[in-house]
Design a protein around this ligand. Structure first.
Ligand code: CA
Length: 541
C-alpha cells in the first residue's frame, strides 16, 4: 500500500471576479434558484434573464425568481420547501428566516410500489481486485480488527495495538492495518431493554465486516454485561476455510477467540498485552496468506452518505452520486442510502419506488419507529439542520432532504435493512440509520459496507479506519482549499466544466481503483479516522 499515490482532484481555476452571474434552477416548477458564483453576487446584479438582484445573495443561497406572496409556496426540486413568511419580491434573497416549514408528510396513505422505473440494461465487464471471504462477501482491504465487548478494555487494547503495529505488522506485508473496534457500550446499560438489540447486533456485524476476513478476535474484561458469548453466539462466525473444519473435528463452528483481562492467568499489565499480541499473531498469519483476486463490480457494497451539506449538495455531488448509484445497481452491486431524518420528507418518493408493497411497508415501519423515537426526546426531524447547513443556503430539513435523497439515484428500492442488521441482498437498499455522520457510518459498516462515499459542501475531514472513504466536494472552492482532503470535485458541475454523468462515471471508476487498492483516498493517506459511535436508543443505567 505504501507505493499507492493519493488521488489527484481535478479542479478548475476559481471563477474570475466579474465572471458572468450563474444561477441554478433544479425544476421547471421552481420559483427560486441558487447563486453559483464564488463569493455570491452583489445587489444590482443583472441575471441572464434580466432579473435584477434586490439583495446581496451569498453563494449557494436562493433568489426569488418571481414575486412570492406571503403564505405562498416556495418551490425547489419541484417540491414546496416552505411558505413565505412575508411577501418576497422577485430578485430578493430567500433565507431560512423568511420560510415557514411545512408539516411532515403523514405515514398513512402513502403510494406503495406504484412507480415502475424502466428496466436499465445490465452494466457488464467491470471488475475490481478484492479479497474473497468464506461467507461469499468480498473485502476491499485486509485488516485485523480487534473486537471489544466493553469500553473498559479500550486502553489496554490500544496499547497492545500500538505494539502489534510496531513489532508484528512489518512481518505480515499483505495485511493493511490493525484496528481496535473501540466503542462506548458493553456495561452500565440496560442490556435486556428491547432496543439494546440495536447496539449489540451492530457490534456483532461490524466484527464480521468483509474487510476483516472472518478473523474475529475479542478482548473482554470479564465482569461486563455484554459477555463475549452474547456478543458473538455460537454459529455467528462464518468458517474461515475448510481446513478449519478439519482442525476442529466434527464441529461446524469457529470457536470464539477471547482474551479475558480478568483471567487469573494474567499477572500484571504486560501479561495482558502479551496475550493480545499472541492471539493477534495467529490471525495476522492467516490474513497475510490472503491474496486479491479479480471479482465482478457486483461485489461492491457501497454506503453513501452526506455531511456538512450546503445548497450545492443537491445540485452537484449528490446527483453525481445518484448517477453512480444507478451504474452500480446496473452492475449488480449493492448500494445503501440512509439518514432517516434526511429522507423522511421525501417518504412518498421512496415508498413509490419500492419494488414491492412489502418493501415500502418495511420503510414506513422504520420511519414510524424513528418518528416515535424523536417524539420521546421531544424533538422532530427539524432538529437535523445545523448552523453550517443554514450558512450554506439550506433553509430547512425539507430542502436538505430533497437534496439528500438524490444520492439514491433512480433505481427501484429492493430492500430495507434495520439499524445494525447486515444487508442480505443486492441492489439499492434503504439502510435505516440516523443522519449523524459517525452513527450512520458505524451502522453502514455493520450492514457490510466495503466502500464508503461521502459528499460534503461545508467540508468535513470525516474518515473511517475500517473501510476507504471517498470524499466528494460539492463546490470547486472547497475542493481547491481542501485539495488534499477531497477525492472528487463535483463543483465542476456548477462551474459548467463537467456534467453530472462525467462526475458519476469518474466516481464509478475511482471506486473500482480504490476498492482494488490501486488508489488510496486522502483520509487513508493521512489516517484520519473517526470513532465508531453506536446507536443506542435503550436506557443507560
Ligand atoms: Ca450524515
Amino acid at each position: 500500500m505504501t507505493s499507492v499515490l493519493p488521488i489527484q482532484t481535478q479542479t478548475p481555476p476559481p471563477n474570475a471576479p466579474g465572471a458572468p452571474p450563474l444561477t441554478i434552477r433544479m425544476h421547471a416548477d421552481d420559483n427560486v434558484a441558487i447563486v453559483a458564483n464564488d463569493g455570491g453576487l452583489p445587489a444590482g446584479t443583472v441575471l441572464a434573464d434580466g432579473l435584477v438582484l434586490r439583495d446581496r445573495v451569498p453563494q449557494a443561497h436562493k433568489v426569488a425568481l418571481t414575486d412570492i406572496a406571503q403564505g405562498a409556496p416556495v418551490v425547489r426540486y419541484g417540491v414546496t420547501i416552505g411558505r413565505a413568511a412575508q411577501p418576497l419580491a422577485a430578485g430578493s434573497w430567500v433565507h431560512e428566516r423568511l420560510l415557514e416549514m411545512p408539516a411532515a408528510r403523514p405515514l398513512e396513505g402513502l403510494p406503495l410500489a406504484t412507480v415502475r422505473p424502466a428496466p436499465q440494461p445490465p452494466l457488464e465487464g467491470h471488475t475490481f481486485e478484492g479479497y474473497r471471504n468464506a461467507d461469499g462477501s468480498v473485502g476491499t482491504r485486509n485488516i485485523l480488527a480487534i473486537t471489544q465487548t466493553v469500553q473498559c478494555v479500550a486502553g489496554v487494547t490500544d496499547f497492545a495495538v500500538q505494539r502489534i503495529k510496531a513489532e508484528l505488522l512489518p512481518r505480515f506485508p499483505n495485511v493493511d492495518d490493525v484496528v481496535a473496534l473501540e466503542h462506548g457500550y458493553g456495561c452500565g446499560v440496560a442490556i435486556d431493554a428491547p432496543d439494546a438489540v440495536i447496539p449489540i447486533r451492530t457490534l456483532r456485524n461490524i466484527s464480521l465486516n468483509p474487510n476483516f476476513g472472518g478473523e474475529v478476535m475479542v478482548v473482554s474484561l470479564g465482569c461486563e454485561k455484554l459477555q463475549p458469548e452474547r456478543l458473538l453466539p455460537p454459529g455467528s462466525i462464518p468458517l474461515v476455510d475448510e481446513r478449519a473444519v478439519a482442525d476442529i473435528g466434527a464441529s461446524e463452528e469457529t470457536p470464539l477467540d477471547v482474551v479475558c483481562l480478568q483471567d487469573e492467568a494474567h499477572v500484571g499489565f504486560m501479561s495482558m498485552v502479551e496475550s493480545i499480541m499472541r492471539q493477534a499473531e495467529v490471525h495476522l498469519e492467516r490474513l497475510d496468506a490472503r491474496r486479491r483476486e479479480t471479482v465482478p463490480a457486483s461485489e461492491l457494497v457501497v454506503g453513501v452518505q452526506c455531511g456538512g451539506s450546503d445548497a450545492f449538495s443537491g445540485v452537484t455531488a449528490n446527483p453525481a452520486v445518484g448517477f453512480c448509484t444507478d451504474l452500480l445497481v446496473r452492475a449488480g452491486a449493492t448500494v445503501m442510502f440512509s439518514e432517516v431524518t434526511e429522507v423522511r420528507d421525501g417518504i412518498d418518493q421512496l415508498t413509490s419506488r419500492a419494488t414491492t408493497p412489502a418493501v415500502a411497508e418495511a420503510m414506513i415501519r422504520e420511519m414510524a419507529w424513528y418518528d416515535a423515537y424523536l417524539q420521546r426526546g421531544q424533538a422532530d426531524r427539524s432538529a437535523n439542520t445545523t448552523p453550517g447547513n443554514k450558512k450554506g443556503g439550506l433553509s430547512n430539513i425539507v430542502e436538505k432532504a430533497m437534496g439528500s435523497i438524490v444520492k439514491s439515484g433512480s433505481a427501484p428500492i429492493s430492500g430495507v435493512v434495520p439499524p445494525g442488521e447486515r444487508a442480505r441482498q443486492r441492489g439499492l437498499l434503504y439502510t435505516a440509520t440516523p443522519a449523524s455522520d459517525f452513527i450512520c457510518g458505524t451502522l453502514q459498516l455493520a450492514a457490510g459496507m466495503n466502500l464508503h462515499v461521502f459528499t460534503t459542501g461545508r467540508g468535513t475531514p470525516y474518515g473511517l479506519a475500517q473501510v476507504p472513504v471517498i470524499k466528494v466536494a460539492t463546490r470547486s472552492d472547497l475542493a481547491r482549499r481542501w485539495h488534499d482532503l477531497m477525492d472528487v470535485n463535483a463543483g465542476r458541475i456548477a462551474d459548467g466544466s463537467a456534467s453530472i454523468e462525467d462526475v458519476g462515471w469518474e466516481l464509478f471508476r475511482l471506486m473500482l481503483d480504490v476498492a482494488s487498492g490501486r488508489k488510496k483516498t486522502w483520509t487513508e493517506h493521512w489516517k484520519l479516522h473517526n470513532q465508531l459511535v453506536l446507536f443506542n436508543p435503550a436506557p443507560v443505567t
